[in-house]
Design a protein around this ligand. Structure first.
Ligand SMILES: *Cc1c(COP(=O)(O)O)cnc(C)c1O
Length: 402
């Protein structure tokens, strides 16, 4: 018999009662160090007092009024994001996929409003993930997510990630935009070669295309900058953000320059819930913390030490870890053994980490991770890998940490 909740997820049989910072506690009192963080969502961990206060204060005042009225929290959050990004304007949503839907509509509408309606195709990348709506599964191009849901939404042309020549070769008279994750998350924490984003920006400028970034996973401090594209020294025309911006409350946003947004006039887009007062109160509170002096510096310092420790683990477990990759606290361990077994072994040691494509285990701790918690996580990873080596009769290099 079918489960009451549609069985589209292979759920791990753990029942959590509460969260405390970087920890999740089960109903029977077991504590797990949470390096899943709701898949890069809980940037400030669980039950962060400042977020709890912001949400409950708003809950006592006003939950929902609809976008038929002005929403002060949304205007404030928009002004603040505008002040710290390339954007002149933005549309709030409830999820990443909706932010991407808005981005895709806006890109098409921009070319239409510019008198070039035929330029309605968007170049996307192999290994991409943009969400699970009809448009975003077409944009992502993953056959697993498309199968049986046809007819596929047309308008996307896929090329290999990181290959500028392939992008150039795929541009036709019908191309209107390029959509890319600065670092692919679900695709396996894949970092493109240096110069790739800069190259895409230059191509877009040369050919009159819009550069659309999907920073749903890599944005909001995750890589140690507020947005990942800052590392590349470029700005996009449109950017989809979600996950971290709500810190666990469903919030997404599609940001744009005034020029890119010129087709999105009165009545062209909407959402009942998008940007409602509860969401905006939390979004503003997340920004308060992430933009506070020194917060991102600490993420970068912590990341440097964690990457160093993970590199040591790679040396100690060469039969296990093939590569340590990523930026900031969007990190991945590319494994030589099935990543699913590694995820399970980590969990048995009390560390929760999600898998990804390309046989990668992701490490996505809350950005508030302490030095001590980082050390605990490294110990758990070390023990889990040693146990796996024993179980699989693989060699390990015994080091000082034994
Ligand atoms: C999670 C994710 C999405 C989809 O976000 P939802 O909130 O699940 O709709 C889109 N793009 C990227 C890069 C993501 O990681």
């Amino acid at each position: 018999m079918i489960t009451a909740v549609l069985p589209t997820y292979a759920r791990i049989d753990l029942e959590f009662e509460r969260g405390e910072g970087c920890w999740l506690v089960t109903t029977d009192g077991r504590r797990f160090l949470d390096f899943t963080a709701g898949i890069a969502v809980n940037v400030l961990g669980h039950a962060h007092p400042y977020l709890v206060e912001a949400l409950s204060a708003q809950a006592h005042k006003l939950w929902h009024i609809s976008n038929l009225f002005r929403i002060e929290g949304g205007e404030r959050l928009a002004e603040r994001l505008k002040a710290v990004t390339f954007a002149d304007t933005m549309f709030f949503t409830n999820s990443g996929a909706e932010a991407l839907e808005c981005a895709i509509k806006m890109a098409r509408k921009y070319q239409y409003a510019s008198g070039r309606p035929a330029k309605n195709r968007i170049i996307t990348f192999e290994g991409a993930f943009h969400g699970r709506t009809l448009a975003t599964i077409a944009a992502g191009g993953n056959p697993k997510y498309l199968e049986g849901f046809g007819p596929d939404l047309p308008g996307f042309d896929q090329v290999p990630f990181g290959n500028l020549d392939a992008v150039r070769g795929a541009i036709t008279d019908e191309t209107g935009a390029i959509l890319v994750e600065p670092i692919q998350g679900e695709g396996g924490v894949r970092v493109p070669p240096a110069g790739f984003l800069k190259g895409l920006r230059a191509l877009c400028d040369e050919k009159g295309l819009l550069l659309v970034l999907d920073e749903v996973q890599c944005g909001v401090g995750r890589t140690g900058k507020l947005f990942a594209h800052e590392w590349a020294g470029i700005t996009p025309d449109i950017m989809a953000v979600a996950k971290g911006i709500g810190g666990g409350f469903p919030v997404g946003v599609c940001l744009a320059t005034e020029e890119a947004a010129k087709g999105m006039t009165l009545g062209t887009h909407g959402s009942t819930y998008g940007g409602n007062p509860l969401a905006m109160a939390v979004g503003n509170a997340v920004l308060d913390v992430v933009l506070a002096e020194g917060f991102l510096d600490r993420v970068n310092e912590l990341s440097m030490r964690l990457v160093q420790r993970l590199a040591e683990l790679k040396d100690r477990h060469p039969a296990m870890i093939a590569e340590v990759r990523g930026q900031g606290l969007l990190l991945g361990l590319k494994m030589n053994v099935p990543s699913g077994d590694v995820v399970t072994a980590f969990r048995e040691e009390g560390l929760l980490a999600p898998g990804a494509s390309d046989n990668v285990v992701r490490l996505l701790p809350p950005l508030i991770l302490s030095e001590e918690e980082m050390g605990l996580a490294v110990d758990k990873i070390d023990r889990a890998l040693s146990r796996l080596e024993e179980a699989m009769a693989l060699p390990s290099v015994k080091g000082a940490a034994e």
